[in-house]
Structures are given as C-alpha cells and as structure tokens.
Design a protein around this ligand. Structure first.
Ligand code: PLP
Length: 383
C-alpha cells in the first residue's frame, strides 16, 4: 500500500477516506449510476440516496434537511456564502477576519469588503469587528476552527455583535475544519450559513456542504438544471454525497472518544518537541485549539528545509508559508496574529486524525528532533 510506511500528520490538508465511506460510494460508481434528476424508477432510487444523505448531514448539523445544499467543495460553499448573499441583497458589504482561509478571504477582498484584525491566537478581534459593522454590511464570515493554527472561535459573541450592529447582515461560518473536533449542533444555532468539505472528515474530495438557514437569501453561483432547489445547479455527485454523509455520521459518532485520544497524542508530540529544542514554541496554547492541532514555530529555522528532511524520513507535515517574489513569506495567518517574521518562517503544522497512532507520534517526534539538530549543525558550520 503506498503510504503505509509514512507517518501522515497532515490531516488538516486532507484526511484518508474512511473505508465505510469508500464502501458507500462504490455502488453509485458502478451499477447504480442513474441521474437523480430523472423521472424513471432508476433515477428515483438515486434521488433517494441523495435525500437520505441530506437527512444524515442535517442531523449532524442540527438543521432541517431542506437547509442542506450539496456543493462541489468547501471553497464553493464559502464563495457561494459571500458572493451569493451580496448578489441576493443587490450590494452591501462583506466582512471577515484576516486569518480566514483564502476561500473566504479572497471572496471578501474580491467584493471589496472589509478585513478585520485577529487576536494573537488567530481569532477575530471583537472590537475591530464591532468597528467594521454597520447598516451597509450584508454578510459576515468568521471561521469556527482555523485551518493553520487550530484555534477555535466562540461564535456566540460574534453572532450577538452582528445582530446588534448589522441587523441586515447574515453570519456565515467556514466550519470546514470543525467536524472532527466540535459539535456542529452547538455551532449552527449561532449562524445562518455553514460550510463543510467532505475530504476533511474521511469523505471524498470534491464534495461540499452549505447549510442555508430557512429564509436566508443566497443567489446561486451555478445556474442550470435547478438542482438543490435552484440553489446549486449541476448533476448530483451521488457517490460522493453518499460517502460524505457516511463519513460525517461516523465522525460525529466517534468524536468524543477521538477528541480525548488525539488530544493526549498531540500533547505527547508537542511535549517531546518542546523538550527537544529550546527554540520550539507552541503557536497557540492547547486550551484554545482543537485536539488534533500541533502547530509550532521553530525560531531561526526555515520550514522548507525542515519539511524536506521530514519528507526524506517519511513524515508528512506542512508549513503554509508561501513563496512570494522569490523570497519565503510567512503565512497570512501567522502575519495577522502578529507572530514575528523570524519565528513565523519556522512554522511547522502537524495535524493528527483518525489514523494517527502513538507509534506515529513517537516516530515523528524523533525525526523532527533529529532534523532540527541537523539543521542547526549545518547553520553553525555555515557561519
Ligand atoms: N476552508 C478551510 C478552513 C479549509 O481548511 C479548506 C481546505 O483547505 C477549505 C475551506 C477549502 O475546502 P475545499 O478543499 O473542499 O475546497
């Protein structure tokens, strides 16, 4: 099996599919191939699969089945939330914090919206948000869990601010990183729109969800055959939708036990890294972030060099820095949090998930400590 000897600590980028989700897909890739929009019995069968999936997804979110819209990815759900609300309102302004995923951030910037500051943990600064809110605002987007550093935002005070300062605005949350760690039923009551992406919780790539509260006006991005009650045209990805629902159902079912198991593995990993080198700092304290997130910064090292050595040793991790005009630039999230540039350039994002074991964590800790040592010795020789 390719990847069997790898330590995969990049679950925030994507997750391995659950075998049950693969099994839920297969019949619809083979014999049950009908288009659910058709009228014959074969099509009606496919439609039932989509309807059943919708009920499962609605149950996990705590919304009505009619509020679930299946989309083509998390990015599409986020884009629909921002552009669709502004289009339905015939104008107005969008607002989001600076640490959002680019699917939200670039949508807000494209609509000439307002980007507000975040606190040192990457959560929206409520004072800055309050200053940005007025009667012109039509959509506010605040993520539930940050994809880089893992910090969790309490959406209750955000919702309260939006309601009082921008009564004409709806609140969208990018909850793409949330299902493995948070109870979506505790998130949904605060928002009007909520985005998910199946590949982040053991489902397939290319399937998203946008929950749209009844009464919320959102223009579709895609027009055509009128699927999803005119909210998202395009022939349904029946196999992907069935697998998305099965993955989400199992994720919600196993969540309490998995959160406890992975928090303890994450703590073991971070404790080992902090003990191995004085310059390893936890970017966000554990109490403020999800159980699977182990983001650290290593002062004075460059992530790219570290990731190269990790990759050579079979440890898959990420950094989220970007190469802009030939020089490494720290991630927009760390920059927004005010992490000093020298430290941000040594960012290492390790994200755990369903398949992570104690052996993975121990091997990763050894490999990372060894790589840090090698890089420091190489730098000392170069001086
Ligand atoms: N939002 C967040 C927070 C994410 O982590 C991602 C995935 O990287 C997305 C949106 C985009 O989701 P998708 O890959 O399904 O387009």
């Amino acid at each position: 099996v390719p990847g069997a000897d790898l330590v995969y600590l990049d679950h925030a980028a994507t997750t391995p599919m659950r075998p049950e989700a693969v099994a839920a897909m297969l019949p619809h890739l083979a014999e049950s191939f009908a288009n659910p929009s058709g009228s014959h019995r074969f099509a009606r069968e496919a439609r039932r699969v989509v309807d059943d999936a919708r009920e499962v997804v609605a149950d996990v979110i705590g919304c009505a089945p009619g509020e679930v819209v299946f989309t083509g990815c998390g990015t599409e759900s986020d884009n629909t939330a921002i552009a669709g609300v502004l289009a339905a309102a015939g104008g107005g302004r969008a607002v989001c914090p600076a640490a959002e995923h680019h699917a939200v951030l670039h949508s807000v910037q494209h609509a000439r919206g307002t980007v507000v500051t975040v606190d040192p943990l990457g959560r929206v600064d409520l004072d800055a948000l309050a200053d940005a809110l007025d009667d012109d605002v039509r959509v506010v987007s605040v993520m539930a869990v940050n994809n880089e550093v893992g910090s969790v935002t309490d959406l209750a005070p955000v919702a309260e601010l939006v309601r009082t300062r921008s009564p004409l605005a709806v609140l969208h949350t990018d909850a793409v990183q949330a299902p493995s760690w948070l109870d979506l039923r505790a998130v949904w009551p605060h928002v009007d729109l909520l985005a998910l992406s199946a590949h982040k919780f053991g489902g397939p790539k290319g399937v998203g969800v946008l929950a749209v509260r009844h009464g919320t006006r959102v223009e579709p991005l895609l027009r055509g055959g009128g699927q999803e009650r005119d909210r998202r045209s395009g022939t349904h990805n029946v196999a992907g939708i069935a697998a998305c629902a099965e993955a989400l159902r199992l994720t919600a079912l196993e969540r309490p036990a998995e959160v406890a198991r992975l928090a303890s593995l994450r703590d073991r990993l971070v404790d080992a890294l902090v003990a191995a080198d004085d310059c390893v700092v936890e970017t966000v304290p554990r109490s403020a972030k999800v159980a699977g997130s182990a983001h650290v910064c290593i002062d004075g090292l460059e992530s790219e060099a570290l990731l190269y050595l990790l990759d050579e040793a079979g440890v898959c991790a990420s950094a989220a820095s970007a190469c802009a005009s030939g020089a490494m630039e720290p991630s927009h999230v760390l920059a927004a949090m005010g992490v000093p540039r020298r430290r941000a350039l040594g960012a290492l994002r390790l994200t755990l998930g369903r398949t992570t074991t104690a052996a993975d964590v121990d091997r990763a800790a050894d490999v990372i400590a060894d790589a840090i040592g090698r890089l420091r010795r190489a730098m000392a020789r170069a001086r």
